[in-house]
Design a protein around this ligand. Structure first.
Ligand code: IPE
Ligand code: IPE
Ligand code: MG
Length: 236
């Protein structure tokens, strides 16, 4: 059997276009996208993927209309509240990475509760990136690193190794993504996992996120299994 990627990360893009093409408001696209999340969790479990990271809201997405931002915050809160029982039952551990302190207080509480209730789950590890930016993550890491230097806990005369720097990221215990999938045809990272994606494999599709199907997911895994990952080493 082919080895599945251990960690799959997805840039779930195209909800707005999906809605507009159906004459609906953008939030309807986000609702359809949220349903897709539950399906993808199942596909990951079936395929033996251990870590799934979903890009739900970037640090730049705050620029959107107040109506859309508010709708997204409420939708994420609703999903966490209503699905946490399902996550516990299906052994899915939920964690949120990003600037949680910028989120509305009710969502922060829902996140804390979902993280606590699923903390003992050891099946799929689901990470949701909310108010997440790769640059913000690196800046937050540097801030904490600088504090450790000031407090004398770290020697700053040499640059931190990758191993040391990783400890300051949002989820140091999570391995780097092996495969990053982006839907809706865009070919860019949009500030996702900048540090962690150094050697990730990319796969993209023109399909909009709410239409993303198991066939595409399997095609991404199939493509991944044929990649030669050299990590800077020599070709065999
Ligand atoms: C992705 O869909 C979800 C978020 C960024 C929150 P978009 O809302 O970006 O959809 P498009 O790209 O406008 O179609
Ligand atoms: C990236 O999508 C962020 C998420 C999917 C949450 P965007 O739609 O925000 O990215 P750009 O604007 O196309 O780069
Ligand atoms: Mg988009």
């Amino acid at each position: 059997m082919k080895m599945p990627p251990r960690h799959v990360a997805i840039i779930m893009d195209g909800n707005g276009r999906w809605a507009v093409s159906r004459g609906k408001i953008r939030l309807e696209g986000h609702r359809a996208g949220a349903k897709k999340v539950l399906e993808v969790i199942d596909w990951c479990k079936e395929s033996g993927v251990e870590f799934l990271t979903l890009y739900a809201f970037s640090t730049e997405n705050w620029k959107r209309s107040a109506e859309e931002v508010d709708g997204l915050m409420k939708l994420m809160g609703l999903l966490l509240r209503t699905k946490v029982g399902l996550f516990v039952k299906s052994n899915v551990r939920v964690r949120v990475i990003g600037r949680k302190e910028d989120l509305p207080a009710p969502l922060q509480r829902q996140i804390a509760s979902a993280e606590k209730r699923t903390a003992q789950c050891d099946g799929l590890n689901l990470q949701v990136a909310v108010s997440y930016g790769g640059r913000a993550e690196i800046a937050d890491a540097v801030k904490r690193y600088a504090q450790d230097v000031l407090d004398g806990r770290v020697e700053a005369s040499t640059a931190p190794s990758d191993e040391v720097f990783r400890r300051y990221l949002y989820a140091p215990d999570v391995p780097d993504p092996d495969l990053i999938i982006r839907t809706s045809g865009e070919f860019r990272l949009s500030n996702f996992l900048l540090w962690e994606s150094a050697y990730s494999e990319f796969w993209k599709t023109g399909i909009l996120w709410p239409d993303f199907g198991k066939d595409e997911f399997e095609a991404a895994l199939e493509s991944f299994s044929g990649r030669e990952r050299r990590m800077g080493g020599r070709f065999k």
